[in-house]
Design a protein around this ligand. Structure first.
Ligand code: FAD
Length: 147
């Protein structure tokens, strides 16, 4: 059974509200787990960066829903291809929104500490950056859920 990894970036729209991150993560946790899709979402107020790993049909299906979501725009595929093993195997959708942590890790892998243009990073560097955020970030079951 082959597995793939998909990485994309996008920008929040005006429709995106502060509590949407929790809603998105709740949906992602349920939907991704049901399809054995794992990954991580990074958000720093002007950019989303997300990695999805799993079976090609499952990853493509989830991504096509995400792609149409009006809460973000300019969805750009950064990396897509087969992988031997998952980097986020234990997370249906991990989350990092810690701007200071993002800034510090970003400086290790890119020319500056501002998360403006991830295209300035090679796909490998972007993946290393995502993996570095994995430690110290939140697993879905640690999220403060609304209500
Ligand atoms: P629904 O019952 O349709 O909705 C689930 C929740 O999302 C509800 O709380 C609902 O109010 C809220 N919601 C849905 N659409 C909107 C909207 N347009 N405006 C405001 N609230 C809305 N989904 C995944 O399954 N996996 C992911 O990894 C994932 N990552 C995402 C990353 C980003 C950056 C964004 C913007 C969205 C992501 N989503 C993800 C959400 C996805 O786009 C769909 O909203 C979701 O898959 C719908 O799930 P559902 O049909 O089970 O739930």
């Amino acid at each position: 059974m082959s597995i793939v990894r998909l990485v994309y970036i996008s920008q929040p729209t005006d429709q995106f509200q502060a509590d949407d991150i929790e809603k998105i993560l709740v949906s992602a946790q349920a939907n991704n787990r049901a399809k054995f899709v794992t990954g991580m979402l990074v958000f720093n107020s002007n950019l989303f960066l997300q990695v999805l790993e799993g079976g090609p049909e499952q990853v493509n299906g989830i991504f096509s829903k995400i792609f149409k979501d009006p809460r973000h725009r300019k969805v750009q595929l950064v990396n897509y291809g087969p992988i031997k093993k998952r980097l986020f195997a234990d997370w249906s959708m991990g989350y990092c929104g810690d701007v200071e942590r993002i800034r510090k890790q970003l400086l290790k892998y890119s020319q500056s500490d501002s998360f403006v243009n991830p295209h300035q990073m090679s796909p490998d560097a972007l993946l290393d950056f995502l993996a570095s955020l994995r430690y110290g970030s939140k697993a879905p079951n640690q999220l403060p859920l609304a209500g």
